[in-house]
Design a protein. Structure first.
Length: 94
């Protein structure tokens, strides 16, 4: 199983700007999304979010305000969280 790496950190002797953080976060989201081998629309519908919102998160144009959308994406893409619940309407992770 591959590990999702974060990249250079200040502890490694490098400096990380807010833009770097956002790009690295977006890259991790893209890796998760690419595991599905689907367009943005399919996972977005299953995660109860707009397609353009998921695309903006994965390109770094926007950052989620809370962690819930990221948890749902990770669970949908095969990274189950502890004590995860499943939506009874469509079977997506909550």
């Amino acid at each position: 199983m591959d590990h999702l790496g974060y990249g250079d950190t200040p502890e490694d002797g490098g400096t990380v700007s807010a833009e770097d953080d956002i790009e690295q976060f977006a890259a991790l989201l893209r890796r998760l999304k690419n595991r599905t081998d689907r367009s943005y629309g399919s996972p977005a519908r299953r995660l109860h979010m707009n397609t353009s919102t998921l695309h903006r998160y994965c390109t770094g144009e926007a950052v989620p305000q809370d962690y819930a959308p990221v948890e749902r994406l990770a669970a949908f893409c095969g990274r189950p969280r502890r004590n995860a619940s499943i939506c009874t309407a469509c079977g997506c992770p909550r």
